[in-house]
Design a protein around this ligand. Structure first.
Ligand SMILES: Nc1ncnc2c1ncn2[C@@H]1O[C@H](COP(=O)(O)OP(=O)(O)OP(=O)(O)O)[C@@H](O)[C@H]1O
Ligand SMILES: [Mg+2]
Length: 361
């Protein structure tokens, strides 16, 4: 029997997989729904002429939302300006969001080389999020508190115990087994958060792992999901369901919650993707008609890589001499496609219709 006490390190946290029947009718039904939603999104992404085009934007949106859960708040406008401008932005929240995005990016690179989610990968991720050399917790004292300051959960203590539990988690994630990969995803996320291997950044690391896992499980080749947006909207529920696994072994409600997160975010990503691809088509036609000399497919792609662009991006893409490109941008602005803003010594150009889609809801 596992004994759980809020104030005592939960060293008896059970290893995975749980020893109860997980694949109930409700869970299986929801698994089918989630798989279908994901497959639809994945298919749509694979069929895009240039599936990597939106990646920077998507990753930044996810980084922004995930950091908001931690109360690191930045606006879309600040964030994208900071990414594109040479001028250094001192807003700490923006910096943190950019670190998060880099952590996600590095994680993706790592699993492309080796599709394996390991303890070391988790450490790399938390280090890039936190921009420090923190590792597995070695000293006791980490506890999760509610808003009133009461301890609601004390994770396992002792480096050896933590590492053992991570080793079990690693074997579970990468092992073959017969559990559906989406159910596995739910189990692994609970377990990672319950082990809580680091003194901070466990939530953000755990959320990056979700996206990396979907890729290694071949469920989503391009990580274009805004999982964190769902968690922010349902944060109380998220915390409560985690607790109910610990306190009442209520795995079913937890798994259903995680599957609903997949359904909701996959459908939403699909909708956004359709809106952006439609806008690309519309704007391409409009530019072709009103500014035929300026139009090229490459130019439009650059205008859609991130909401802000600048002269240098077009020069780097070899779309013309600096002078020609300067004229292109003037004409695009005059025709209302872009809005310029001076930031430090340079001018940034906003694709305001793309930003409007990102800002929606
Ligand atoms: N009762 C609980 N049991 C296990 N894990 C929990 C519980 N409540 C919250 N958590 C997890 O702990 C995370 C917070 O831990 P930590 O502060 O280390 O991470 P973070 O990335 O800094 O924060 P955040 O997730 O708020 O952005 C939450 O996101 C959640 O995943
Ligand atoms: Mg924290």
């Amino acid at each position: 029997m596992t004994t759980f006490k809020k104030n005592k390190p939960y060293n008896s946290l059970p290893l995975l997989p749980p020893k109860i029947a997980l694949e109930t009718t409700k869970v299986l039904r929801k698994t089918i729904e989630a798989s279908r939603a994901l497959a639809q999104l994945n298919g749509r992404l694979t069929n895009l002429p240039n599936p990597t085009l939106f990646l920077d934007t998507i990753h930044l949106q996810e980084a922004k939302a995930s950091s908001e859960i931690e109360n690191i708040i930045t606006t879309n406008d600040d964030l994208y300006k900071a990414i594109v401008a040479d001028k250094k932005f001192d807003n700490p929240a923006t910096k943190e969001v950019i670190s998060y995005k880099e952590a996600l990016w590095n994680g993706l690179k790592a699993i492309e080389n080796r599709p394996f989610i390991s303890t070391n990968l988790c450490i790399d991720i938390v280090q890039s999020i936190k921009k420090n050399t923190a590792g597995i917790r070695t000293t006791p004292g980490t506890a999760l508190k509610n808003v009133k300051g009461e301890t609601i959960y004390t994770p396992p203590t002792g480096e050896t115990i933590i590492r053992d539990k991570l080793e079990n988690l690693e074997a579970f994630i990468n092992g073959k087994g017969t559990i559906d990969p989406l159910i596995k995803m739910a189990l692994m996320h609970y377990q990672f958060e319950a082990i809580h291997p680091f003194s901070d950044g466990n939530g953000r690391t755990g959320r990056i792992l979700l996206l990396l896992y979907l890729k290694t499980a071949n469920l989503l080749d391009t990580p274009a999901l805004f999982l964190s947006e769902f968690i922010i909207k349902n944060k109380t529920d998220y915390y409560m369901k985690l607790r109910n696994v610990t306190e009442h072994q209520d795995w079913e409600a937890w798994i259903l919650y995680m599957l609903e997160m997949i359904v909701f975010t996959a459908n939403k990503a699909l909708k956004r993707l359709n809106m952006v691809t439609e806008l690309i088509q519309v704007m391409s036609e409009e530019i072709k008609i009103s500014l035929p000399k300026v139009y090229s497919k490459e130019l439009v792609e650059i205008l859609f890589r991130l909401p802000y662009t600048k002269r240098q991006f077009l020069i780097d893409a070899k779309l013309g001499t600096p002078k020609t490109i300067g004229n292109y941008l003037i004409e695009l602005e005059k025709a209302g496609f872009l809005i310029s803003e001076k930031i430090g010594k340079e001018k940034l150009y906003l694709n305001h219709r793309l930003m409007a889609i990102l800002e929606k809801n």
